[in-house]
Design a protein around this ligand. Structure first.
Ligand code: HEC
Ligand code: HEC
Length: 401
């Protein structure tokens, strides 16, 4: 009798059984890619040591820095806990032309060492200062991003321009001038028009360049790729460790660690929408998430890490910049990226994240979707129109990627 009553309830008849939610797979976030040669496996091990190394005054820390080791902001290759604080003087919704109130630039460097005495702090007496945070992103699976062929990214940029639903663009950059591991590229000083792929605004071209940039900017360790100390309130052009602090070898090994990390384990068949992933997978495409979070991109045939060469990399990003609207804007320009523009975050190993988005403002996938504005307005609205069990299936699919 009860059952019969339930079946005649039109609301229940229309919704049917709730869509299943795919369960994420437990597994390490810091495992190497499967099938590496012995030589690459050794580089992964050496790279992990370098990534874990704590730099102190004797190894060139200072004059002003944020933290002492890569692992402080990318613990176990995962996200955070360390953050970088950014600041900018705003004029209404846009960065002000006059940034002279921030003579040491837009980045807080709260610690000193190696002769530095005055940290770079967030000033308390500057009007219209917008202060934002960037959580250290996860670094696993980044070799897949580096391996993606340039013409794939250019193809997606052109397809988006033609279709007119979203309008991603490449952050075109100049090469910073010093050769790192020449196995990965042969650019020289003066080369321009390169594709930025790394950082939350795609402001860096290669993983070697990112390692050198992080050493200099976050840890105040200079290297042949970034040989000068950054401007600081004490006017020091070196720390108490004379000259360039570390070698290209160390830079390359740190980069190798990030490029040789696997994508954390995913449920088998999730990329194809098999089993419990079916509804989430289908709605992800239908509401338009996949316009920017492009499920797979083809990699270069000549990428030196063999298991990553000439494959479909399931990275769920287009590596392009998109304007996500004023609520997400941080007033920062990185390379050609503007205040509201962000690189589509790769959806990789998200079940390892405690928070989401560049500043960790979202505590769940649903909250992260709700913060998508600008070019993602239509996708967000379409998501909000879904029945709640299908929203859960879509969010569960994303979390398990
Ligand atoms: C003080 C915290 C901090 C330290 C220390 C730090 N990072 Fe980061 N890292 C970040 C933040 C924040 C970002 C995103 C910043 C941006 O895009 O401007 C980032 C981004 C990255 C990325 C790009 C990831 C992506 O998805 O594109 C790589 C690679 C990386 N860091 C490697 C390193 C290495 C190697 C070291 C050590 C030499 C290091 N980081 C030290 C905070 C840190
Ligand atoms: C217009 C392009 C665009 C569309 C459409 C889009 N996203 Fe995003 N998404 C982004 C960008 C750019 C970021 C990075 C924002 C940031 O770093 O703060 C992002 C970040 C995310 C994150 C956070 C990832 C992390 O590492 O913290 C999740 C989750 C996400 N998107 C899911 C979705 C889902 C689900 C949809 C569909 C409902 C969607 N996105 C639609 C561009 C898009």
């Amino acid at each position: 009798m009860l059952l019969l009553l339930a079946c005649t309830d039109p609301a229940i008849e229309a919704s049917g059984p709730p869509a299943p939610v795919v369960a994420p797979v437990d597994g390490p976030a810091d495992a190497p890619i499967e099938g590496l040669s012995d030589a690459w496996s050794e580089r992964y091990d050496d790279g992990y040591d370098a990534f874990d190394t704590i730099f102190r005054t004797g190894s060139g820390l200072g004059p002003t820095y944020i933290n002492m080791a890569c692992v402080a902001c990318h613990a176990g290759a995962e996200r955070g806990p360390g953050v970088v604080t950014k600041m900018v003087v705003m004029d209404g919704d846009a960065p002000a032309a006059d940034q002279s109130a921030l003579p040491w630039g837009p980045t807080e460097r709260p610690r000193v060492a190696g002769g530095g005495e005055t940290p770079i702090s967030v000033p308390t007496d500057v009007a219209n200062l917008l202060v934002t945070e960037r959580v250290g992103p996860a670094v696993y699976g980044r070799g897949y991003l580096e391996a993606v062929a340039d013409d794939e990214i250019e193809r997606v940029e052109a397809e988006q321009a033609a279709a007119g639903i979203v309008s991603g663009r490449i952050n075109r950059l100049a090469w910073s001038g010093v050769e790192a591991d020449s196995a990965f590229h042969d650019w020289i000083a003066g080369d321009t028009g390169l594709i930025g792929r790394f950082g939350v605004k795609a402001r860096i071209v290669t993983l070697d360049e990112f390692a050198a940039d992080a050493l200099q900017g976050d840890m105040a360790i200079t290297s042949p790729m970034r040989p000068t100390e950054l401007p600081n309130p004490d006017g020091l052009d070196d720390d108490s460790h004379d000259g360039v602090d570390t070698t290209l070898e160390v830079v390359n090994r740190m980069a190798d660690f990030t490029r040789l990390l696997a994508i954390p384990p995913r449920p088998v068949g999730i990329e194809a929408g098999e089993g419990d992933a079916a509804v989430g997978h289908a709605r992800f495409a239908e509401v338009g998430c996949a316009e920017c979070h492009v499920p797979s991109l083809r990699t270069r045939a000549d990428y030196p890490v063999e298991p990553l060469a000439d494959i479909d990399a399931w990275v769920y990003t287009d590596l392009l910049l998109h304007d996500l609207g004023t609520a997400m804007a941080d007033g920062q320009a990185d390379g050609t990226a503007l205040s509201g523009e962000w690189r589509t975050a790769p959806l990789i190993g998200l079940s390892h994240h405690a928070t989401f988005l560049h500043d960790g403002r979202a505590d769940s996938i649903v909250e992260a979707i709700a913060a998508h504005g600008g070019e993602a307005d239509a996708a967000r609205e379409a998501f909000e129109q879904l029945p709640s069990d299908e929203q859960a299936a879509l969010a569960g699919f994303v979390l398990a990627l």
